[in-house]
Design a protein around this ligand. Structure first.
Ligand code: PMP
Length: 366
């Protein structure tokens, strides 16, 4: 039941709704799926801010229409191909991806009328394959072999595009249109949302597009004052690369965090890596515990890479000292990972059950 007439409600929309919910200034409608990408909220994480005496913020990328930060990159690589005349109406976008980029691309392709072809290692869950197929993508699960092997899913994606007319391999790792998405959108949004008061930024890398793009923008507008740090999971070589001044080790081991960790300096990272002040190495134990804390304390149901980013933001805040503000990325929700992150059996299999504080084990329900 409306207590106010609609006209009255519309004019009051910038203050408060009659239901006690603060309504922000109306932005008007957006055009289609791609119009809904970006302009995500920046969430102040209250308990973690209180604990550190700093303001810690998470950019709510899980609120993008495809559910992750990768919607931005997906849109930019497709737009880049269009602008360069590499693809014409009805063409095909091909990518090698096991995760969020594929989902973002599948959505963008549907909304723009392109075909979408995804190559992925056949070790990935049936759930991911099903989701991509129901979004209209053609999926090729191929043997999971190293990047050096010509049968690796990335090389197969490239070859598929080469032999298909009106087709583009979007090459998310080395296509710098990916980084540009974050120079032109993610970085400016964070800076504007904080009115230019930002002392630190940190996030993990998969392709490196987010870290490189946001760092590039923040360094420019802050005159180099915003500290930008890499957050790296076990099994990634970038922590040691940055902290050793450029020594590239062999990749060994792995992590529970999906979508992040890197074995090389991608073209997206290369031009900006010298701008990155330092790096934090974040263990799986800390990341998984933060998945549960975010849920319990903030009501945020986040995937492991978001949790790792928040741990890094917390540690960076402690290093910068009280009164500072630090931002990071909440990359995606826990929905696609719930059967692992909240399963006793899975946690035991990774030796991570003990990492969950006792009072948070009530969330282990699967
Ligand atoms: N978190 C998740 C869940 C991801 O899927 C990705 C992308 N693979 C990232 C973080 C890292 O983003 P980027 O590729 O921009 O480094």
């Amino acid at each position: 039941m409306f207590r106010f007439g609609l006209r009255r409600f519309a004019t009051a929309a910038e203050a408060a709704s009659p239901y006690g919910i603060k309504v922000s200034k109306a932005q008007g409608s957006v055009n289609g799926f791609v119009g809904a990408i970006g302009n995500t909220p920046l969430i102040r994480l209250s308990r973690l801010s209180e604990e550190t005496g700093c303001d810690i913020y998470g950019k709510a990328e899980f609120m993008n229409p495809g559910g992750s930060i990768k919607d931005r990159a997906a849109l930019y690589v497709v737009k880049d191909a269009e602008e360069k005349g590499l693809i014409k109406p009805g063409g095909t976008i091909v990518e090698g991806t096991a995760g969020n980029t594929g989902i973002g691309l599948a959505h963008v392709c549907r909304s723009k009328g392109y075909k979408c072809v995804i190559y992925m290692p056949n070790t990935q869950s049936q759930g991911k394959i099903d989701l991509l197929r129901l979004l209209g993508a053609e999926v090729f699960p191929v043997p999971a072999v190293a990047f050096e092997n010509p049968e690796n899913y990335n090389h197969q994606a490239k070859r598929h595009a080469e032999k298909t007319e009106n087709s583009v391999w979007t090459n998310q790792f080395d296509n710098v249109a990916n980084r540009r998405a974050h120079i032109e959108t993610t970085g400016p949004e964070i800076w504007a949302q904080l009115g230019g008061k930002l002392d630190g930024f940190t996030c993990a890398t998969g392709t490196g597009g987010t870290l490189a793009g946001v760092t590039r923008y923040l360094k420019e507008v802050s005159d180099g004052r915003t500290e930008c740090w890499l957050a790296d999971p076990p099994g990634s070589v970038l922590f040691s690369y940055i902290t050793s001044g450029g020594k590239l080790n062999e990749r060994t081991g792995g992590s529970i965090t999906e979508g992040i960790g890197q074995g090389r300096v991608t073209d997206n990272l290369k031009p900006e890596i010298k701008l990155i002040n330092n790096a934090l190495h974040i263990s799986d134990e800390k990341s998984i515990a933060m998945v549960y804390r975010l849920l319990d304390e903030e009501g945020l149901y986040m995937g492991a890479s978001s949790a790792l980013n928040v741990v890094a933001a917390y540690e960076l805040a402690q290093k910068l000292g009280p009164g500072k503000s630090v931002a990071t990325i909440l990359c995606d929700g826990a929905y696609r990972y719930a059967d692992r992150l909240f399963s006793k059996k899975w946690l035991d299999s990774k030796g991570l059950y003990e990492a969950i504080p006792e009072h948070l084990r009530k969330y282990i329900v699967l």
